[in-house]
Design a protein around this ligand. Structure first.
Ligand code: ATP
Ligand code: MG
Length: 456
């Protein structure tokens, strides 16, 4: 995989996030710095710690979205947690170390997928062999037939097969294999033995797999299941791949990657800011910050894949900081987030861009959705401006929920057509959204203008 330069990272993020240049640049630099760090000499490398980022900005302007896109982009192990999660269950709450366990799980899944892709072809061949064997049953174990025992007493557990029988079986196998390859047997049902999942236990918010815990001492339980060949194949391929993969290597690499490339996104960090006044919710808030501190500062967390060091993981924290200020965080934690970036409130123009520019823009989403019901949706440019305006006004007069408002506005705008589309008797509909359509369907335009303006 090619390492992206900061410019390239920003360009990729631009495909999904409008504006917020400062935040995009900061995360891009932080990312590139890890690549740079990996290439300096070892003694120096151990001295270089990631520069954690604190994103500050109102709700719905892209904080979470940037982090999510970033992780996808660089294929780094990633977890997102709400800091408030750790207050729900009282003072201690969910074990903060579980963040790291989740991250490693994530890394294991990622590395295993990669290894699986490498052995896939071979696993498919092996799975096909097993399928063929399941379909062409070899003769069953010898019966208690005394006559048979007489002719082959020394190998009573080995089935006795004559040469003709062998020849016949071989022919049958080739036939079945051929049919399988042509996809002629996909719907045929067979019986296969599948292993049952070992039970998981919840202990203090951590799922513990009993099988893993006992290090494979628990006998694997299996059961017979009937299923279609196409489904059985999937299971067999997976089983074969599992056998081909070096699990130890996967775990080792996963731990390494979590340690060196892991990204932890701590959302809602402002909600746990507060002075330790002595009583009330502040006590637990500060407690949460103190709980989080060790993993941000660098510590070792025990996981079922072994000890994992958090020293070089990148932490990105985010919060609106409407009520609490950054200075309300405990100083030790503040100090661990040296890179501060501000995300700005979105303008009318940003809204218009958000509606059309991102690869997953709302206009595209709705067009794709309605297309499945033969409604072909297009938008006048002037109409987009009006939609953006409606969202902007709604944010100003009600609660400011940022770009999330656009979702609500769109639902309202297309409620009519969303409800009526669909069904065989419905012909193709070509719907161009015009300013008139917007005015007709959005309640914002029905109400008299914001009266506060007149009072002032
Ligand atoms: N700058 C932006 N460009 C494109 N889409 C955006 C932008 N900001 C927000 N969105 C859209 O709005 C939605 C909410 O944004 P996001 O989850 O990033 O908000 P947030 O800043 O994390 O808010 P909160 O503080 O409430 O968590 C996203 O699904 C995204 O599609
Ligand atoms: Mg968010």
């Amino acid at each position: 995989m090619k390492e992206l330069t900061p410019r390239e990272i920003v360009r990729e993020l631009d495909r999904y996030i409008i504006g917020q240049e400062e935040a995009k640049r900061a995360v891009a630099i932080a990312l590139r710095n890890r690549y740079r760090r990996a290439r300096v000499n070892e003694a120096m490398r151990e001295e270089i710690f990631p520069k954690n980022i604190l994103m500050v900005g109102p709700t719905g302007v892209g904080k979470t979205e940037i982090a999510r896109r970033l992780a996808k982009l660089v294929q780094a192990p990633f977890v997102k947690v709400e800091a408030t999660k750790f207050t729900e269950v009282g003072y201690v709450g969910r074990d903060v170390e579980s963040i790291i366990r989740d991250l490693v799980e994530n890394a294991v899944r990622m590395v295993r997928d990669e290894h699986e892709a490498k052995v896939r072809t071979r696993a498919e061949v092996l799975a096909e062999d097993r399928l063929v064997n399941l379909i062409v049953h070899p003769p069953k174990k010898p019966t208690n037939n005394p006559f048979q025992m007489l002719i082959a007493p020394q190998s009573s557990s080995e089935p006795v097969i004559s040469d003709e029988e062998k020849e016949r079986l071989r022919g049958r196998r080739d036939e079945v294999r051929d049919q399988l390859r042509k996809g002629l047997m996909e719907e045929t049902e067979i019986e296969i033995e599948v292993s049952e999942k070992t039970p998981e236990l919840e202990v203090g918010g951590n799922a513990i797999n009993l099988g893993d815990m006992m290090g494979g001492f628990m006998p694997k339980r299996t059961k017979q299941r009937r299923m279609k060949i196409k489904d059985a194949r999937k299971i067999l391929v997976e089983e074969e791949a599992e056998k081909l993969i070096d699990q130890d290597a996967v775990q080792e690499e996963a731990v390494r990657r979590a340690e060196q490339n892991g990204i932890i996104f701590l959302d809602e960090i402002d909600k746990v800011a507060g002075h330790g006044g002595g009583h009330g919710p502040d006590v637990s808030r500060e407690g949460v910050q103190r709980d989080i501190l060790p993993i941000v500062e660098g510590s070792t967390v025990n996981t079922k894949y072994g000890p994992v060091k958090t020293d070089f993981m990148l932490f990105i924290a985010a919060g609106a900081f409407h009520v609490a200020k950054i200075s309300d965080l405990i100083p030790e934690l503040q100090g661990r987030f040296p890179v501060r970036v501000n995300l700005k409130s979105l303008t009318r123009e940003d809204f218009v861009n958000i509606l059309v520019k991102p690869d997953n823009a709302l206009t595209r989403q709705y067009a794709a959705l309605l297309e499945t019901d033969k409604v072909h949706l297009t938008f006048d440019e002037a109409a987009l401006k009006d939609i953006a305006e409606a969202a902007f006004v709604a944010n100003e007069s009600g609660e400011d929920i940022g770009a999330r408002r656009l979702h609500a506005v769109f639902e309202e705008l297309l409620e009519d057509i969303s409800f009526n589309a669909g069904g065989d008797e419905m012909p193709d509909v070509y719907l161009n959204i015009t300013p008139d359509y917007v005015r007709e369907h959005l309640s914002t335009f029905h109400q008299p203008m914001d009266t506060r303006k007149y009072i002032l």
